[in-house]
Design a protein around this ligand. Sequence first.
Ligand SMILES: Nc1ncnc2c1ncn2[C@@H]1O[C@H](COP(=O)(O)OP(=O)(O)OP(=O)(O)O)[C@@H](O)[C@H]1O
Length: 347
Amino acid sequence: MATTLGPGTPPAAAAHPDDAARPAPPEPLLRVRDLSVTYPSARGPVTAVRDVSFAVRPGEILGLVGESGSGKSSVCTAVMGLLPDGTRRDAAEIAFEGRDLARLRDRDMRRLRGRRIALVPQQPMTSLSPTTPVGRQLRWYLGGLLDDPAVRGLLADIGLGPVLDRPRDLPGAFSGGQLQRLVIAVAALSHRPALLLADEPTTTLDATVQAQVLKLLLTLREQLGLAMLYVSHDLAVVGQICDRVGVMYGGRLVETAPVAELFANPRHPYTRALVASMPSTTPADEPLRPIPGTAEGANALAGCPFAPRCPDVVDACRTAMPASRRIGAGTVGCHTADHGADEGEAT
Ligand SMILES: Nc1ncnc2c1ncn2[C@@H]1O[C@H](COP(=O)(O)OP(=O)(O)OP(=O)(O)O)[C@@H](O)[C@H]1O
């Protein structure tokens, strides 16, 4: 029987505005409008993220998916205010719990980090001291919470019994999966943040351990009402854990949709290609269908970043980036996608 912790906000259902029987979705916990990130480089500025807008509702898991270099990590780092010196962050708004993070002083942002917004890194060892026993590190982060039977019960439920049983052991004595679960549990429990940013938290783990970490994230969402921004290049993983998905390509957010809708009716040609390239959507007797071409240089294009690889490309795609339009419960930015009942510009 799983341990239950605190009252926790119930997870938000993926609401569809056409469904009048459903209550209106809650106000977003995080609302990002027109975020752009430009890094300095020896060859001139590189705009890694361009005019990206999205929202995460309380208790919701939003996935950000896209291939390497599409700008997913830069979005996370920009929200956390942790971009390297010299990087330019522009945003109309990064609203979180009534405050605009884009305009918050460094001191206030530092206070928020780890407390209201926590980041789970790819490599757990980067946030654990390799030379300090795990029990002492848990005590640093959780303090008296570690004596709470409900907290110990949760840690045991998520497979951290061995860590509780062997507090004198160093992190190196545990598996990568156990350490990743430990880091996630500490991030979620130490200050009970409202939002967890998880940047590819399972890429270094094998499939079984990856499934355990995903289950842990869902447990934390259920028990603590945590909202999450879950970054991954793997659409299959995103499909297992997220309520809604944002698809990034060449620094742009080209489509957002509730997860079931994204798989059933992908509207942007890149999303369609991404879904079609998944092993699970490829018939067993057919070879995998990789997307032809590369994303090299996509960020620098004036028009749609996917235009050079797009099977549906028209002249307008090469010269102008289409505005993101609201369609049903999602958004799509494409000159040629079937917009069905187009409901206007998304921002
Ligand atoms: N510190 C930096 N300085 C210069 N360019 C950077 C820096 N960090 C990222 N970039 C560039 O920004 C673009 C987006 O990178 P980002 O890491 O955000 O993408 P990503 O989708 O998270 O990729 P990955 O999955 O490989 O982490 C890439 O072209 C990358 O080379």
